[in-house]
Structure formats: C-alpha cells, structure tokens
Design a protein around this ligand. Sequence first.
Ligand SMILES: [Zn+2]
Length: 338
Amino acid sequence: MTVVAGVDLGGTAVNYTLLDQQERFLIEGLCEHPALAKQGPDVCLQQIADGLKFAAERIGVTLAEIVAVGLDTPGPASAAGRLSARGSTNFVHADWAGYDIRDELARKLGKPVCYLNDANAAALWGHYAIFGGNSRETSISIIIGTGNGGGIILDGNVVKGKNGFGGELGHVLIPHQSIVGIAGINPVCNCGRTGDLESLCSLTGIERNILPFLLPRYPGHELGKKELHQAAKQVRGLADKGDALSKEVFRVQAHALGLFFDEMVNTFDPDALIVGGGAIEASPEFQQWFLREVRAGMPPQREEQADIPMHIIANGDTAGARGAAIEAFKLARDGGLF
Ligand SMILES: [Zn+2]
C-alpha cells in the first residue's frame, strides 16, 4: 500500500489524514496531536513527526508506505513554505521568524513535502469534493467566517502567487456603492481598505460595519440592546428564523459576494463558485435563499455564464488536512511516487 499524508498545523493542534491511490481518505474526522508551536520549531516538528507515526499506526500503515506529505499552516508564509520573518499569531516563538517549515519538515521526515496556507488548502478540498483529484477545472472558493478564507483553483492547481498571497480574496475591492439599501455606509476592513469583500462579507464585517449601520433603522430590536460582538454572533441564528433585520444583514452580505463573484467570472470564467463557512451553516432553506440572493446581487451575466454552478461546501475541521493531502497526492502522481 502507498499513501500520502495531509498535515494541518494549527496553533495548538496538528490534524492528520491519509489518502490512498484510489483517492480514498483513510481517516474520518479529526486525528489530532498537540502542536506545541509555542515552544518553537524544534519541539513542534518532532511533534508533527510523532503524531504522523501515531496516525499511520492507527490505521495500519507504516511510515515507509507514506510517499509524500502535504503540510498546511496559517499564514503569512511564502508560496514555498517559508514563514513570515515578521512572525504571526500562531507562530510567536522567535525561532519561527523566517523559518522554512516545508524544507525542514522534508528533512525531518526524509520524504517529499509540499506546502499550502490553510485557506488555500481548504479551497483545494472544496474543489476536490466536487471535481475529484484529477480535475482540470477552475473554481473560486469563499469561506465566510470571522474573516474570509478561500482560494482560486485554476485548471486544477492552487494559485499560490509569487509571495504566497494568491487567493487573498477577502481584500479584493468591490463596488459596494451599488448594493441597494446601504447608501452612505463606510465599510472599513482590518487590512485598512475600505469596501473590500471582507469588510461586508464576514462576521467582523457584520460587527464593525453592517450592524452599526442597520440597527438605527430597527428601533427597539433585541440586538440593539446587546454588545456588538455578541449581537453579530446571533445574526445568523435569527436570520434562519426569519428576523427581518438579520435577513437584511445577510442580503447585504450575499449581494457583496455577488459583486465579487461577478469580478471572478469575468477574470477566470470558472467552472464553479463555492461558498462555505459558519455564515451558511444553517437550514437548507436559508442556504438556498442565500445563494439566490448571491445571484440576485450579480450584474447580468453573459448567456454562456448565467447558469454557473454555485456550491455550498461543508468546511469542517478536517478541510485543511484534506486539502494538504490532495496537494501531496498531486505531488506523488506527477512525481511518479505512486
Ligand atoms: Zn481587507
């Protein structure tokens, strides 16, 4: 048996999956080992290696049968897997600054290792779940959470970019002035831009921009009595129950996403548009309403592109590891390791 591994390194835990030559995931759900990232790269890489051994043993695979490893981590990092010299939230130990985690892990394991940032890994998993491992299709994924994750898969391959910032879709500016009902809003994003996708289409965007703008129109609304951070978290649940203010919040988000997808349709002419994340973890009725609103928010499309498929994906805890494993699968296939 020959397999590839997916290793999803987060701040506190490493999650593993294994993928065989027939594109079957051999691990369902989470398979975690403590990351100990705070203790620096030496300790953390040993943790990754130990956890990989446990994961393999759990399903009766030897380390020798793992022919390639895909690694994903939170960014910022270069396309080749060198962590930012300025450090990051998840890699605070001084030795992580500028650390070439892909290269060092390959040395440690004695196996080929490929690298993706966690957002791009999740996008690759979403793409694979629709099109399979030998896909040559193009898709655009947006994961709506605290911010925006996601990525671009072009002809089956992740667009990483020169500096590793390919697929940072949340910070693409959109013509938000054309969204009906929010004239005069000034949506500022954490990145400093005004009017990018994330400034409206994220939990942070609800808290900082949409709710403060809309609440005065709904005097006496229960959310107006709450602190904004708490109120923002309750919007999805209320929208699912039909609350008018909360549905208006999601209509604005859907129309923002429609404007963004229109830009992507004109840039890539993709095979599919993919939406995931906490914002749409709601009833099927709500999900379908949301997708209809996304389409309603798009300017008129060419006849050939008008029925572009939109998919909702389950972007669970295993998305990063699975995306990393798919990248390793491609590495093994193209490198003749299978
Ligand atoms: Zn931004």
